[in-house]
Ligand binder design. Structure first.
Ligand code: HEC
Ligand code: HEC
Length: 252
């Protein structure tokens, strides 16, 4: 009798142990969803098809006067919350991008339902994106907020604008995939103007926070589509290694 009980308990525990990981896996969003969410965070009206470009300034923009940008820029999640996801407590705490708006790091601890509600204006009706973005887009944004944010303060030296610890030689190997589109030295695509070029090397040197975001989740609306590190299985260290290598490429 006792042995049966012990056996049953063991079988029961085993079943729970086997079920748990799959239940957790079922809850974790796909890397593709996280990557799409990250591209939406960057510039949502170009990240997925069928979304209308917003008009005028974002309704919350009037609450601040320090960031002088107008129009489309004011609608980007990143413009208010930062490439480092820390808003006023991060890189956008000073300089021309300063708004005083909070970051989104706290989002990781919130439930997916809570986050979706925030994006539908539950905490502030002016923070309602549901008329522009459908349920799938909002689900992807939530996937990014819960599973795609990284704390960059310990790994990027803000003053030197470079990774604290990185292996550029390793980064060069990983960055071979970039050369197909950006060329061997990253100057094949110019993101700036002909007279004021911006290359892979320029962004890596000027803005490692933006750079890591683009490398982890891809470039919204890019043609051909730029691969996302989270879909390639890259770790944050992989991305930092690529950043360190890319800083050695031409900036103009
Ligand atoms: C014009 C500025 C602005 C834009 C654009 C913006 N937000 Fe916000 N966001 C705010 C402000 C201000 C708050 C603070 C609370 C509030 O007003 O709801 C906030 C709060 C949040 C929070 C809650 C943070 C917490 O403490 O949990 C999340 C999550 C969030 N925003 C995500 C996003 C996402 C995703 C986008 C892009 C679709 C976005 N925001 C676009 C200004 C902005
Ligand atoms: C399949 C092609 C492709 C590959 C591979 C690719 N990219 Fe891109 N990338 C693009 C395109 C297209 C753009 C958008 C160019 C534009 O807006 O003019 C872009 C944009 C960027 C930008 C942002 C420019 C901005 O808007 O500020 C960075 C940074 C970047 N890529 C870095 C990389 C790195 C690093 C790799 C390798 C890890 C990589 N890319 C791999 C196609 C690619």
């Amino acid at each position: 009798m006792k042995r049966t009980w012990v056996l049953q308990t063991c079988v029961g525990l085993l079943a729970v142990a086997l079920a748990l990981p799959s239940a957790a896996a079922a809850q974790a969003p796909s890397p593709g969803s996280v990557a799409t969410g990250g591209k939406l965070y960057d510039k949502w009206w170009t990240a997925v098809p069928g979304v209308k470009e917003p008009v005028g300034d974002h309704p919350l923009w009037a609450l601040q006067t320090t960031n002088k940008r107008k129009g489309l820029d004011t609608w980007r999640c990143k413009e208010c919350h930062g490439w480092d996801y820390k808003g006023k407590d991060g890189v956008y705490g000073s300089g021309s991008h300063k708004t005083g708006f909070p970051g989104v790091m706290a989002a990781q601890a919130r439930s997916a339902d809570q986050l979706k509600a925030i994006l539908k204006g539950s905490t502030n009706p002016k923070h309602d994106f549901s008329s522009a973005l459908d349920e799938t887009a909002l689900t992807n944004l939530v996937a990014f907020l819960k599973h795609g944010l990284v704390d960059l303060a310990p790994v990027i030296d803000a003053k030197a604008k470079m990774p604290v610890k990185a292996d550029a030689a390793r980064g060069k190997q990983l960055a071979l995939i970039c050369t197909a589109c950006h060329g061997a030295d990253g100057t094949k695509l110019n993101f700036g103007k002909p007279e004021e070029p911006e290359y892979v090397g320029t962004i890596a040197a000027d803005n490692p926070w933006e750079f890591q975001h683009k490398v982890r989740v891809g470039q919204p609306g890019s043609d051909p589509p730029m691969p996302a590190g989270v879909e390639l299985g890259w770790s944050l260290q992989d991305v930092l290694d690529i950043t360190a290598y890319s800083r050695t490429l031409p900036v103009k």
